[in-house]
Write a protein that binds this ligand. Structure first.
Ligand code: HMG
Length: 398
């Protein structure tokens, strides 16, 4: 099929989707008690229950490869012509994380491998790029991996909104899960709501301001979509949000609950929103993969959606870039999902004590060129890839 000329009327979108999250978590009631906070602030006010914690061996490359590994067949590996790793937890200033992932996944050399950064929006940029690539190379596929470790620091307001994980999406013609509409709405505006300078392992945020920018950009894009006839609430079966913590997405959705849309439409979107946050509440913020974890959560926890249903996705990345786009569920999409395996992935995690969490959070790779051996922390079948050590300033994966 290589060399087919570009086609514009074919459906393109997510053919396969999977996620990985490390095998350790902190229960947020334990965190609340340690920080002298009422647990309901975290459980209800923030809307999170647990957060995944990554040990040193599960960096964004290892997590990304672990997310993609189970879903790729040999044929997929041969057909991938574009590999994008979207991350704001990059491991190198020069070499793309995608090149390490290419190697771990055994992909061919006949592809473009790049890394994309724009905070939590990066994966959406990657996905749209992948859709354009497949539209112009219909015989080929693109793999987009969103991989991040959200770090704000111990005893900071953002601490409760940390998390770690990756989502992998295979983009193809005649996709098995969702077809993505080529027209979407987006906005870029330089803001100082959240950033991480090169010298810092932790992000800085103007928390309340970041919430305002997020909600403002959603409202702006939603109103534009309404005016242009793209966001017809009566025909929208679900609306997904970037979920840094579930209350944030809820605040976005609530802007539609003041009579902007009918009560019936708002109720339907709210019910489906609840199902979209099931996994995120357990994992925490995985930055650029968060809206796609919400997609998996919705599809795997909702029995009432049907092929042909139209859904909206709101992607937001601090700094800030936002995009609102729409997609349609494809026939047979349920057969592509793996709710039992994903449930097991979440349930098989080990609960950390606060001391263990703080030790894991503070662990560091050597930076002086010496050799460091790193213990494989996740021995589940879902995690064959890991960072085994450092040698001469280079990461050694296995
Ligand atoms: P805070 O200072 O802890 O906030 O920081 P708070 O004291 O206002 O409490 C939070 C909520 O809990 C409030 O509800 C309280 O009323 C409630 P709200 O007014 O928000 O609806 N509350 C309680 N509820 C029940 N029982 C109680 C109780 N006590 C209080 N006992 C903040 C919160 C989110 C600001 C902080 O965690 C933070 O700075 N987080 C990081 C920034 C962030 O996530 N921003 C989100 C928008 S930006 C974005 O999404 C992009 C991002 O993912 C990065 C990227 O793009 O790469 C972050």
């Amino acid at each position: 099929m290589y060399g087919n000329s570009a086609i514009t009327d074919v459906q393109v979108g997510i053919d396969k989707i999977d996620f990985y999250t490390p095998n350790h978590y902190l229960d947020l009631v334990d965190l609340a008690q340690a920080r002298g906070v009422d647990p309901n602030k975290y459980l209800i006010g923030i809307g999170q229950s647990k957060m995944s914690v990554a040990a040193l061996d599960q960096d964004i490359v290892a997590m990304g490869a672990n997310a993609a590994e189970p879903m790729l067949t040999e044929a997929d590996r041969q057909e991938i012509g574009l590999l994008v790793v979207a991350t704001e937890s990059g491991i190198d200033q020069s070499k793309a994380a995608a090149l390490f992932v290419q190697d771990l996944l055994g992909l061919t050399n006949n592809l473009r491998a790049i890394e994309i950064k724009e905070a939590c929006y990066g994966a959406t940029a990657g996905l749209q790029l992948a859709c354009d690539y497949v539209r112009s190379h219909p015989g080929r596929k693109a793999l987009v991996i969103a991989s991040d470790i959200a770090r704000y620091g111990l005893d900071t307001p953002g601490e409760v909104t940390q998390g770690a994980g990756s989502v992998a999406m295979l983009v193809a013609c005649d996709p098995g899960i969702i077809a993505i509409e080529p027209e979407s709405l987006y906005e870029s505006r330089s803001t100082g709501d959240f950033w991480r300078p090169n010298y810092s392992a932790e992000a800085f945020a103007r928390g309340k301001f970041s919430e305002e920018v997020y909600v403002g950009m959603f409202e702006g894009l939603w109103n534009k979509a309404r005016k242009q006839g793209m966001a017809r609430p009566e025909s929208l079966q679900a609306l997904l949000f970037h979920i840094p913590f579930s209350k944030m997405g809820r605040k976005g959705l609530r802007t539609l609950g003041d009579g902007t849309i009918t009560e019936a439409d708002y109720e339907r979107l709210t019910e489906r929103f609840e199902r979209s946050i099931v996994y995120g509440r357990e994992v925490g913020n995985i930055y650029t993969g968060s809206v796609y974890l919400a997609l998996i959560s919705l599809l795997e926890n909702d029995e009432s959606l049907n092929p042909g249903d139209r859904i909206g996705l709101f992607s937001y990345g601090s700094g800030s870039v936002a995009e609102l786009y729409f997609a349609t569920l494809m026939p047979g999409y349920r057969a592509r999902l793996e709710p039992q395996r994903h449930q097991a992935l979440l349930e098989s995690r080990e609960r950390l004590s606060l001391t263990e969490y703080e030790a894991m959070f503070s662990a560091k790779l050597v930076t002086d060129g010496s050799e460091q051996e790193i213990k494989h922390s996740d021995c589940r079948d879902d995690a064959p890839h890991y960072l085994a050590g450092m040698k001469g300033h280079e990461r050694q994966y296995r």
